[in-house]
Design a protein around this ligand. Structure first.
Ligand SMILES: NC(=O)c1ccc[n+]([C@@H]2O[C@H](COP(=O)([O-])OP(=O)(O)OC[C@H]3O[C@@H](n4cnc5c(N)ncnc54)[C@H](OP(=O)(O)O)[C@@H]3O)[C@@H](O)[C@H]2O)c1
Length: 244
């Protein structure tokens, strides 16, 4: 099984890589941080075919890295896109550079990588493209609506891509709830926070069963059904939901 992991040094993606390595998969890892990437590659040993360090907002270099990975792996079975940048919501409200960074990392960098990946799986008539989005992309809330807009845009992009590739390849949208990773180090943890192993297992399970859109952990399906469908007038009255 040939698996490409983008954003491989994310806490969650590294755990997913460990699961695939334990299954005997051939892994190709791409991430921004060369030291963390070297450390993860060393840990996973012979499971790693090769790795590449690149900033994903350097779109041309990142696309070239994806092309190199596809050549090295031969046929792709699974690609996981895991990069993300939560950033500072308040800063994104006064400083366009911060808003742009959030949208670039969470949306544009994924689109740049999905173009060569989709062409590859379409041509081969097989493969699964799995992408981590967020429950934050379902309805805008003051605490993270710039990040949420990028993740929501990505979810929409994946819906179209899934239909385009239907019958040839699979597109799995992973709508992740809060997870206790370095991204949320400073967040107050509550009962809805998942652990890294819990999130990684949920992602691998979703890829195994080629789910279309999936919530991880699954209980978010019920929470988001309420959040998504609540009429605006009621939503605004319930400040614990609207986050106002
Ligand atoms: N943790 C949560 O509560 C939560 C909830 C919903 C969705 N998600 C999503 O889950 C995914 C994994 O996040 P995580 O929780 O595992 O957090 P994480 O450990 O902070 O992982 C985020 C990864 O994105 C990478 N990244 C950021 N900007 C990049 C850039 N310009 N080029 C290349 N890589 C870049 C980071 O690389 P560096 O190591 O170089 O910084 C990091 O490895 C992300 O898509 C995130 O948005 C997380």
């Amino acid at each position: 099984m040939n698996v490409l992991i983008l954003g491989a040094t994310s806490d969650i993606a590294a755990e997913v890589a460990r699961i695939y390595a334990s299954r005997g998969a051939r892994l190709y890892l791409i991430a921004r941080n060369p030291e963390a990437l070297a450390q993860l590659s060393a840990e996973l040993g012979s499971a790693v075919v090769s790795s590449d360090a690149v900033d994903f907002t350097d779109y041309a270099r990142a696309s070239a890295a994806v092309e190199r990975a596809l050549t090295a792996l031969g046929t792709l079975d699974v690609a996981l896109l895991s990069q993300g940048y939560l950033g500072d919501q308040l800063e994104s409200e006064r400083n366009f550079e911060e808003a742009r960074r959030q949208i670039e990392v969470n949306l544009l960098s994924a689109v740049a990588q999905l173009i060569p990946l989709a062409q590859h799986v379409e041509k081969n008539g097989r493969g699964t493209l799995a992408v981590i989005t967020s429950v934050a992309g379902e309805r805008g809330r003051p605490r993270n609506y710039t990040y949420g807009a990028a993740k929501g845009g990505l979810t929409l992009y994946l819906q179209g891509l899934r239909s385009r590739l239907w019958g040839k390849a699979h597109v799995v949208t992973i709508k992740l709830g809060p997870v206790d990773t370095k991204m949320t180090t400073h967040h107050k943890k509550n009962a809805v926070f998942a652990s890294i192993p819990q999130a990684a297992r949920g992602i691998v399970r979703a890829v195994d069963r080629r789910a279309g859109e999936v919530y991880v952990p699954g209980f978010w399906f019920f929470i988001m059904a309420v959040v998504r469908n609540m009429p605006e007038a009621i939503f605004q009255k319930l400040s614990f939901l609207s986050g106002r």
